[in-house]
Design a protein around this ligand. Structure first.
Ligand code: ADP
Length: 334
């Protein structure tokens, strides 16, 4: 199992739940989104109304699910969880929506991967709290409008741009989650360490945080690997050098790049001479799904200035060669 894959579902996943901050006050980082969301919730409470629908976008592991749980917790409503790929037919969605309790929070992960008919049903449900259920078959089939309870939809997507405009427009609030800065990640690592009962000093927390690619899920996962390593090799004591040695063992470098990241960089720089190379060709050459390369590896590589997205494909920057310890080919130096 890849310790850095934010999609990986190991037994660690069970622990993940225990590490989720239960309230907005305990949610670290994303100050703007947290404040805006807090206002949406407080205003709804004032009006005695169900909060507006919320769209959360951003790379995996940044806290979208956590925020959905916080929303339900803050308004004291139950939470229902589903995902776009799980909703293949409009009927699946109708069944969920008509089964919601009044005021329930409905978290729909990967909302951009919902089927078209389900999406259209969702428009009406979000706006009028109604679904049209088709009864019967053939020419005798009729649409029967069905009222559903008022609910708050929390949609999550890796990129808001993947959503059709009409769907995006039906959200009252869109929160764009971005990679966490080092100080917030240090805070998250220390909080998680306390919850896991591990002693982690500030400097060791910094070592872990700086290699977590701005992502709390990865920070928590690396923390658990460091804990394991310390337990077996250092009688449980986490020091900065123990943390660094543990992360080295798991092939996480000083910038947080893992095996996949480096494979992608190497493919672009060496196999494709720096690019441009198309995404699917690139994914194939590192033996990964296109989606994993696009959503997990690439955003961080772009953000770190290693890779550029151009209309003709992905292009490496001089920094990429430098990081791999290779000399920059002539004509590629800036
Ligand atoms: P997403 O839904 O965006 O993929 P999650 O909400 O599942 O991400 O978050 C992944 C993990 O990271 C959670 O288990 C949680 O413990 C941790 N986490 C995310 N955001 C925060 C935060 N702001 N503070 C503390 N922990 C966080």
């Amino acid at each position: 199992d890849d310790p850095l894959d934010p999609h990986a579902h190991t037994d660690d996943h069970v622990v993940d739940g225990a590490l989720r901050p239960p309230t907005l006050a305990e949610f670290r980082g994303q100050p703007r989104v947290a404040e805006q969301l807090g206002l949406v919730l407080a205003a709804a409470q004032h009006r005695g109304a169900v909060p507006d629908h919320v769209l959360l976008s951003g790379p995996p592991g940044l806290g979208k699910t956590t925020l959905a749980m916080i929303i339900a917790n803050e308004v004291g409503a139950p939470l229902r969880i589903s995902s776009g790929p799980a909703i293949q037919h409009a009927g699946d969605l109708a069944a969920i929506l008509s089964g919601l309790a009044e005021g329930e929070v409905f978290f729909l992960d990967e909302i951009h991967r919902m089927s078209r008919p389900a999406e259209e049903m969702l428009y009406l449900a979000m706006e009028d709290f109604r679904v049209d259920v088709i009864v019967g078959k053939g020419p005798g089939a009729t649409e029967i409008p069905l009222e559903i309870p008022r609910f708050t939809l929390v949609g999550a997507t890796t990129r808001a741009g993947l959503l059709p405009g009409p769907l995006r427009d039906r959200f009252g609030f869109t929160g764009q989650l971005d990679y966490y800065d080092a100080a917030d990640l240090v805070g998250i690592v220390r909080r998680s360490a306390a919850l896991l009962g591990v002693d982690v000093d500030g400097t060791s927390a910094e070592v872990i945080a700086s290699r977590s690619r701005g992502t709390p899920r990865i920070a928590n996962r690396l923390l658990r690997r460091v804990r394991d390593y310390a337990l077996v090799k250092a009688s449980g004591r986490v020091t900065p050098s123990v943390a660094a040695a543990a992360l080295e063992l798991y092939e996480v470098d000083e910038l947080g790049l893992d095996r996949l990241d480096r494979a992608v960089l190497e493919a672009v720089c060496v196999r494709f001479g720096g690019g441009p190379v198309g995404l699917s060709t690139l994914a194939m050459s590192v033996g990964e799904e296109t989606e994993t390369v696009e959503e997990v590896a690439e955003p961080y590589l772009i953000r770190q200035g290693f890779l550029m997205r151009t209309p003709r494909g992905r292009v490496a920057t001089p920094r990429a060669w430098r990081h791999l310890g290779l000399s920059i080919p002539p004509g590629r130096a800036d």
